[in-house]
Every structure is written in structure tokens, then in C-alpha cells.
Design a protein around this ligand. Sequence first.
Ligand code: LIP
Length: 271
Amino acid sequence: MDGLRQKVIAIAEAAGDIMLTEQDVHVDTKGTKENYVTSTDLKIERFLRKELTSLLPGSAFMGEEDGTSGDDDPDRPMWVVDPIDGTANYVRGIPMSVVSIALVKDRVPILGVIRHPRLDETFSAAEGEGAFLNGKPIHVSERTREHCMVCTAWSCYNKSRAPLCFDVSQTLYGICEDIRRIGTAAYELCLLAKGSCDLYFEAFLAPWDFSAAACILREAGGCIITSSGELDCTRPSIVLAANDSGNLEFLKGVVREALSRHPEANIDIAF
Ligand code: LIP
């Protein structure tokens, strides 16, 4: 896998250069006023679809903007790609947006690459081969819950779930050190993988937002689950992650309790 990981890193870095250099960017919204899509998202996704499917002939492809192709055979490996995670940041010139590329097999990511072109950072991992930042090994922290930094969000694309999210944030804020909302799930999960942050919660994410980071976080020694209590990178879901299994159990308890107070969020879990 290392050879493949290096080739995907080169493709992700080329995609990142498009994000840095693109001019006359056309901005549009999809679904809600908070959910942006730009001409750069489309250009990068079409570049990635061409490069990645030719890198692995016969592979399927799931992209945020142009959808899924070739997934008729569940045994086929599938690229799960977000051309720009943190598009709202990109539109506003907030330098916090990344390219996210995962290779998923049997619902779990076996390879993940995340490129932050502004910070010149490339996170990568392959199943059983460890996680890296710019080629150097990374690992999660050993902080206990009282010293955890939480990354989270308040469901800006569907605000009917915001009361649940604020409930979870309020409980965590009272126990942990502080909260960070950076606006890109993929990069926030990478901050857990390198030990800068320690807990992560979002009520609803698409597979392209978390699949690559899930591979990187697991290879860095962290834990991440979706609504089933396991990790499923083929469908949208609630996402919980932590630097260790004890903190994940703590977070699952906080979320279960909050969900019991917010049936309006309409989220089913099996953990
Ligand atoms: C975004 C995520 C962010 C989440 C937003 C959105 P996008 O992805 O990175 O964490 O809160 O709702 O899903 O839309 O920029 O690819």
C-alpha cells in the first residue's frame, strides 16, 4: 500500500495547488444558504476522479459534487473524495480548507490522504502501516477527559439538530478544557490524529467528510464510530471520535443522554 499511498499523496498535492491558484471562482449554494459549492470544488473533483480511477482501474468513485459511479459491485474498492472540505471557509478566505481522499473497501477506509495546501501539510495513512504528517509518524494524545480539547459543530446545514449539538457541547464544555470549531471535519479529525485535540462530535456528516481522516486517526491509535457503533464509510451519519477507548465510552454516554432529551433531532444510534 505504501507505493499507492505515495502516488495518492502526489495527486492530493496537485489538487491542493489548484485550490491555491484558481482565479475567478464562481460561488453557488446547494440546498441551504450555508452549503456552498464553487467552480474550484468541481474542477478538483473532476481532476481527482480521472487521476484516481486511472491509478486503480476498476475502482468505484464517490464524490461530494458529482456523485457516485461504478459502485454496482460492493466488493470493488471505492474512492471517497471531498474536493474541498471546509468550502464555507474557502469562500470567505479563511485559510482552513483541505482536499480529502479515502480508499474504502468493505465499508472501511484502507487508505487516507488529507492535504492542507495553505499550511503545506499532508496527512496520510494506510491500513496496518501507521499514520504520517509530511512523512513523519504521528500519534494521538494520552490526555484524560478533564484535559481534552473538543472539536465539534452545530449542524449548520440542518439547524433542527442544533439544540442536540449545543446540549452535547454544553456538557463537554463543563468537563473538558475547551472547544474548537474549525469548519472542516477532515482537518479537525487530523488534529486528533496528531495529538493536538482529543474528542470529536458531529451530528451529521457525509462519508466524504470523515472517511480519509478515519483511516488516519485509527492508524494514529485513535477511535472513531458512526451510528451503528462501528465505522461505516458508505453512508451519512453521526460521528464520534476520541484519542482512546475510555474517552470514546465517555463521549458515547454524553451523546446518548443528549439524544434522549432531543428526539426532534431524529437520529437513530446503536451504541
Ligand atoms: C463541512 C464539514 C464541517 C461540517 C459542515 C460540512 P463541506 O464539509 O467539514 O465539519 O460542520 O456541515 O459538512 O461541506 O465543507 O465539505
